[in-house]
Every structure is written in structure tokens, then in C-alpha cells.
Design a protein around this ligand. Sequence first.
Ligand code: SAM
Length: 302
Amino acid sequence: MHISVLLEECINNLNLRENSLVVDCTLGYAGHSSEILKKIKKGYLYAFDQDKEAINKADSKLKKIGNNYKIINSNFVNIKKELNKLNINEVDCILYDLGVSSPQLDEKERGFSFHQDARLDMRMNQEQELDAYYVVNNYELNKLVDIFKKYGEEKYALSIAKGIIKNRPITTTLELAEIIKKNVPFSYKKDKHPARKVFQAIRIEVNDELNVLENSLRQALELIKVNGRVAVITFHSLEDRICKKIFDEASKVDDNLKKLPVIPLEYQPKYKIITTITPSDKELNNNNRARSAKLRIIERIR
Ligand SMILES: C[S@@+](CC[C@H](N)C(=O)[O-])C[C@H]1O[C@@H](n2cnc3c(N)ncnc32)[C@H](O)[C@@H]1O
């Protein structure tokens, strides 16, 4: 089962109205989309996901609430292109609840988890060619080290990458987890699973998650109407840094213009940061997946 993170905080801060046009970029199991649909009886919801299994389950859930929605089976990097195909050039709210859903993690054959044995896969879009098996068995040393450092902030990147190359071919998640374990110091195994960061890094690489997020968020800011809001729930510091950078850039006044007594309207920022929210203690106690979540919201003001 998937428990939606920061659900209430998200719904309360999207400024939803009965006739809002909303985009949920990460439909998943329709936790957020269901609550949105209940609030926009005369509006419309466009929901993206690149995972067909998630879409099928979400569709049967949404059908019971209303029919004013369309599911778009596409990567959210195509947000503008897909909406333009439907003659939609601007919307009131856009939501991202990033990462993988609990069912994706739990279905062992998806190969996301270092707790369950499966072929190395980690593709959110099962039709995509690049998978974790290819990354683990074909990338050269420098490239592996680079992604483990950049996307996993893994301090033992070099010894892990060398261990991987020595043990090729590596077919399954548990084989990989075992090799990682053997190539980090004993003290590193105490707190969290030593494979956590490398698995995160490979997943980000396979799904090109950070580039896709940056590209899509920039499009989202262009698509949003005046008084409309973009909300992003991130689950690790790399995603959050991208979101913060883009929101800060969009809402800041140029340093040179700050010196002017009055800033001409055309140079004033078009966006205002509304809030950053982390889960309550109650939510943290109920949902382990919420522990590193952060919700950032920005509004278009002119
Ligand atoms: C955390 S889950 C969303 C859960 C949903 N908000 C809920 O409450 O049920 C993230 C979903 O977004 C999808 N996803 C992640 N990155 C995506 C992308 N770049 N394009 C389209 N879908 C994506 C995943 O397949 C997954 O189903």
C-alpha cells in the first residue's frame, strides 16, 4: 500500500478552487489526485505517470470520484508538449510528489529494493531501454564513481565501483548489495544499509531523475497562471536542492536592481515563494517514507 506524504499540507496550500485546472505530475496511486478531484468538481485534472501499472490502479480509483480527469502516460519532462497537444497552455496548480511509490519498491521484480532479490532493473518506465543491469555491468570505473558520488553522495564510491567491476557480471539486487557491503568499512554498516546510497544513485541515473526534474520544473513555472501555484514534494537533498535553486531564481530581485528606490514592474519577480513544509511528528510516526520529505510551494504573482 502507498501512504501519500504531506497530503493535507499539499491540498490546503494549492489554492484549489472548484473550477481549477490542475496537473498532478506524479499520479502514482492517486492519493493526491483523489483529494484534488474531490475539490475541483467543475475543474479538470491532468495526471502524468510513466508507470503503466500505477496508471491502471489509479484510474479505477479516480473513476469512483469523477470523470473530469485525463491520465497521460508520459514522463513529466514532456509536460508542456503533452498539455499543448490538448490545447492547454496554462493551468492553476501543478504538483510533483517525487520518487518511487511504495508498491514500486515492494514489487520485487522492479528491482528497486536492496532488501529483495530481483534482476537489476529500477526503470520507472518499463518500456525504456536503459536499466540498472546495463549501468552496473557496462559503465566504466570513472563513470560509476562519478554517479555514486554525484547522485548518492557516497564516500566509498571508488572502492565500491572497483568491487563492482571485479565481480561482473552482476545480475541481481542482492548480489549487488552484497558486493557493496564487502567494499565498505565495517563501521559504515552500523546505522543505515550500506547499499542505500549506491542504489539511490543508480536509480537516479537509470531514470535521469535530476535532469528531468529541473527541465520539467522550469516548464511548470511557465505554465502556471497568475495566482497559480506549483508544489513539489522532494525526498532527498539532491532533488530538494534543484527545487530550491529554481524557486529562488524565479522569485529573486536582481542584485543591481535592489539599489533602486523603486523597481520597475517589468523587473520585479513574477513568482513568490509561499512556504516550505516538513512532515509533522504524527506523520513521521505513521509513515517511515515521510522522514526526509519536504514540500516547497511557489506562486505566480504577475
Ligand atoms: C511517490 S509516487 C506518487 C504517489 C502519489 N502522489 C500518491 O499519493 O499516490 C511517484 C510516482 O511518480 C511517477 N514518476 C516519477 N518520476 C516520473 C517522471 N519523470 N514522469 C512521470 N512519472 C514519474 C512514479 O512512477 C510514481 O508512480
